[in-house]
Ligand binder design. Structure first.
Ligand code: HEC
Ligand code: HEC
Length: 316
């Protein structure tokens, strides 16, 4: 019966080892997920004022400013993909619900039942959109890393859209990480959530650069691509995306990037989802429908900026 004793010991040892790994994963991920962040309150006017109508005794300027802001904000909410996660009506949507991996529920942003809480202001809104930090200072599951470079005016315009939404009654429930995401994080396979990666004191632009087809405006617009295509635009595995996604493309002018592409081919991809060789890009992993709502000047600006980068190998 000696082998039985050995077998029992083995079971006990393996059990202890698994418990230790589980405890480690839990501890490391829990400290990241439950951390709180101090983000200074942003002072952003809403709606964004129109300078020429500063002296405005009848308040006409304010209502024009508001309708202009709403128009800009509507376009932003589509191009930035807010509606892909929060639903076309921004009334909330469950984006992903795979128990062991994660539950990603983009909340209802209207003032209906299950929507934004009473008194939710532009300070709370800015904290979530540009910093990935919840109203109570907690770490949020939204990928705000893509929106950290938005200017004050863009945040203000988006806020006007949210304020003016018709109420929708929908409660999508909370978002959470399951054991698989926790383990991937604990072993360094996925990065920390946005709030940990964004500098809380970063200097924000007041307004976006002028609307021109140049690299300066293009660089601003292209900051929304870095979460997936990485800060060097060289592509590779999308670290905080669905593990089933194809790797993000290399957008630098390298041979294995956009080196051989023309501006027309780039614009066609953004408008139709079709590459120069006729292959379609994955429409979920690469949000071309959202990006493709950019106007001609915006797409040309992004192209001019990407052309100005030094070529890099994929993932470098
Ligand atoms: C990839 C999906 C995704 C995209 C894209 C996205 N969000 Fe979110 N958003 C979420 C999730 C998930 C949460 C909940 C985060 C949490 O509670 O940890 C959230 C939370 C929020 C909240 C806080 C709501 C509350 O009740 O506290 C606001 C405001 C918000 N998002 C605005 C936006 C705006 C504006 C955009 C576009 C610029 C946007 N989101 C794009 C997924 C997304
Ligand atoms: C949510 C992640 C995500 C975001 C945000 C994103 N992309 Fe992509 N992109 C991808 C993935 C993944 C692919 C590869 C898709 C495939 O292989 O089907 C891709 C492919 C592309 C391609 C095709 C290139 C080729 O060689 O096939 C271009 C061009 C592109 N992206 C440009 C952009 C630009 C410009 C932005 C920002 C305005 C952007 N992407 C934002 C994930 C993303």
């Amino acid at each position: 019966m000696r082998w039985l004793r050995w077998a029992l010991w083995l079971v006990v040892l393996v059990g202890l080892l698994l418990a230790a790994i589980g405890g480690y994963v839990w501890f490391v991920s829990e400290s990241m997920l439950t951390a709180t962040h101090d983000v200074p309150a942003a002072r952003i006017p809403s709606p964004w004022p129109m300078k020429i109508l500063d002296a405005d005794p009848l308040g006409i300027g304010k209502s024009i400013a508001r309708s202009n802001a709403r128009k800009r904000g509507e376009a932003l909410s589509v191009r930035l993909g807010c509606r892909e996660c929060h639903g076309q009506d921004l009334g909330g949507k469950v984006v992903m619900d795979v128990g062991p991996v994660m539950r990603l529920a983009a909340p209802n942003l209207t003032h209906g039942h299950g929507g934004l809480p009473e008194g939710y202001g532009i300070v709370d809104f800015e904290r979530m959109v540009r910093h990935g930090v919840r109203r109570d200072g907690g770490t949020a599951l939204m990928s705000s890393i893509d929106y950290q470079a938005l200017s004050d005016r863009e945040v203000s315009d988006l806020y006007v859209v949210v304020e003016d939404l018709d109420p929708v009654d929908r409660d999508v429930g909370p978002s959470s990480w399951g054991p698989v995401m926790r383990a991937l994080y604990a072993f360094g396979q996925v990065p920390a959530l946005s709030a940990h990666r964004i500098d809380p004191d970063r200097k924000d632009l007041e307004t976006p650069p002028p609307h021109r087809p140049d690299a300066r405006f293009g660089e601003h617009l292209a900051q929304t691509c870095v979460g997936c295509h990485n800060p060097h635009f060289s592509g590779g595995r999308v670290l905080d995306g669905d593990p089933d996604w194809p790797p993000a493309a290399n957008l630098t002018p390298a041979p294995d990037g956009l080196g051989g592409w023309t501006k027309e081919q780039f614009v066609t991809l953004m408008r139709t989802g079709i590459r120069p060789d006729g292959r379609a890009v994955d429409p979920v992993a690469m949000p071309w429908k959202a990006v493709g709502t950019a106007d001609d000047v915006e797409l040309e600006a992004i192209w001019v900026y990407l052309r100005s980068l030094s070529p890099r190998g994929t993932g470098e």
